[in-house]
Write a protein that binds this ligand. Structure first.
Ligand SMILES: C[S@@+](CC[C@H](N)C(=O)[O-])C[C@H]1O[C@@H](n2cnc3c(N)ncnc32)[C@H](O)[C@@H]1O
Length: 403
């Protein structure tokens, strides 16, 4: 099917769309995704060595889906889950472009053209739904639709209610069209919370979403997910949630002034290890104290899945290395290992044992006291360069962003 330009979300691209079922050679028992791709996306996957990697399995069942008064359905843990535990790993039912190019008939108002574009997208995704395995199609069509009265067709309505962003599949497109929408059978049943207890990561190698516990979860607790960025204020979050047709009544929203102040304090904090190392006017435990204060705020707000949480735990580990305390550093390394959902996660295996020789070889080992390479003129110049260009300093040396 040839397309021209424009999409209902504001971007445009020329080219032919591809309908494809992945993995291509899947047997009847292997989960598959029906895909509506722009040119080049299928090839991105086909070029990955060993694609598709197998899905991971939790050690035992983790959740069940059930009705919740006022929320439709929701997912609940069926056993105690620990921070970093895998809850589920699923291939989406549908991975689709968020908009397709539509013809632009003369004389349409902006609203009419928007509607025309929505209709065109509906025609495309209808083809993808018809191609689905019957069980997948039934699961897709059973999902909630909170876009019944805004001009969306029944399939696009389900997509707009249940999609998670799916990045990394477009070889060269930018903006909205670089991001696909994925609709999953189980993740779609998770309700929103501004203090969510789970986070998902898209694993391109297995074409799947992995859902992880971001803090310890009790048996029988509702599993929740963020639909809108949770570091925004309560008013801004609700704006992002309006299209889902509910008013959030989580504890952060019910106590918005106090919660907003805590979230603003978190947004303003950046744990900068090197700045503290070089600043002799600050006490040796300055960074540790600051990090602990902000960790308390994260726990108070239930924001364990935000990137700052990872940054703080990493800074605690590095600060203890700078202070030459391998025992404390190894405890923070163990905590850092639990951030399975965070794409920034690093390999800390060598730092889990406080007696490991990796500590004394670490570039930051005791630099707060001894100086070492990082306190030498050359070391400071390198670090400043790496940090100024958005990079980082680690045990392996300096990392410069490759953009
Ligand atoms: C992705 S679905 C989540 C699963 C859905 N509850 C179901 O029955 O399948 C999104 C819809 O769930 C409902 N929902 C999600 N989070 C909610 C919340 N915190 N409070 C009330 N309703 C919520 C809204 O109707 C929303 O449009």
């Amino acid at each position: 099917m040839q397309i021209k330009e424009c999409d209902p979300y504001g971007g445009s691209t020329p080219g032919a769309m591809t309908f494809t079922r992945l993995p291509i050679d899947a047997g009847p028992d292997e989960p598959v995704s029906e895909c509506l791709f722009f040119p080049g996306s299928k090839e991105v996957l086909m070029k990955l060595r060993g694609f598709p990697q197998p899905l991971l399995r939790p050690t035992a069942p983790t959740f069940r889906v059930t009705d919740i008064p006022g929320k439709g359905k929701g997912a609940f843990s069926t056993r105690v889950l620990k921070m970093g535990d895998l809850i589920l790993n699923e291939r989406p039912l549908l991975i689709s472009a968020r908009g397709v190019s539509a013809s632009h008939p003369e004389g349409l108002t902006e609203a009419q053209y928007f509607q025309h574009s929505l209709n065109t997208l509906e025609e495309y995704v209808e083809i993808a739904i018809k191609r689905m395995r019957p069980a997948n199609k039934a699961a897709f069509m059973a999902l909630t639709n909170s876009h019944k009265e805004d001009g969306s067709g029944p399939i696009v309505g389900i997509m707009r209610t249940n999609s998670v962003a799916c990045d990394g599949l477009s070889p060269d497109m930018k903006g909205d069209l670089a991001s696909y929408s994925a609709v999953c059978k189980d993740i779609s049943r998770l309700n929103h919370s501004c203090s969510p207890n789970t986070a998902a990561r898209f694993d391109i190698a297995s074409l799947s979403y992995q859902l992880y516990a971001v803090r310890d979860i009790a048996a029988g607790e509702e599993l929740t997910y963020q639909y809108t960025p949770v570091n925004y204020s309560a008013v801004e979050r609700q704006k992002g949630l309006n299209s889902y047709d509910f008013v959030c009544a989580c504890t952060a929203c019910l106590d918005a002034p106090a919660s907003d102040a805590r979230r603003a304090a978190l947004a303003a904090f950046k744990p900068d290890v090197m700045e503290w190392v070089y600043d002799r006017t600050r006490p040796d435990d300055w960074l540790l104290v600051k990090c602990r204060e902000h960790l308390e705020l994260i726990e108070r707000e239930g924001l364990q899945q935000i990137g700052l949480h990872f940054d703080i735990v990493k800074a605690m580990m590095e600060a203890y290395i700078c202070l030459g305390d391998a025992q404390a550093a190894s405890e923070w390394a163990a905590r850092l290992k639990k951030f399975q959902w965070d794409d920034e996660r690093t390999d800390v295996e060598a730092l889990l044992n406080p007696a490991s020789p990796a500590y004394k070889k670490h570039m930051l080992w005791r630099v707060r006291f001894d100086g070492g390479f990082m306190q030498s003129k050359l070391g400071k110049e390198f670090a400043a360069l790496a940090l100024a260009s958005g990079g980082s300093v680690g045990s392996w040396g300096m990392v410069f962003p490759m953009k």
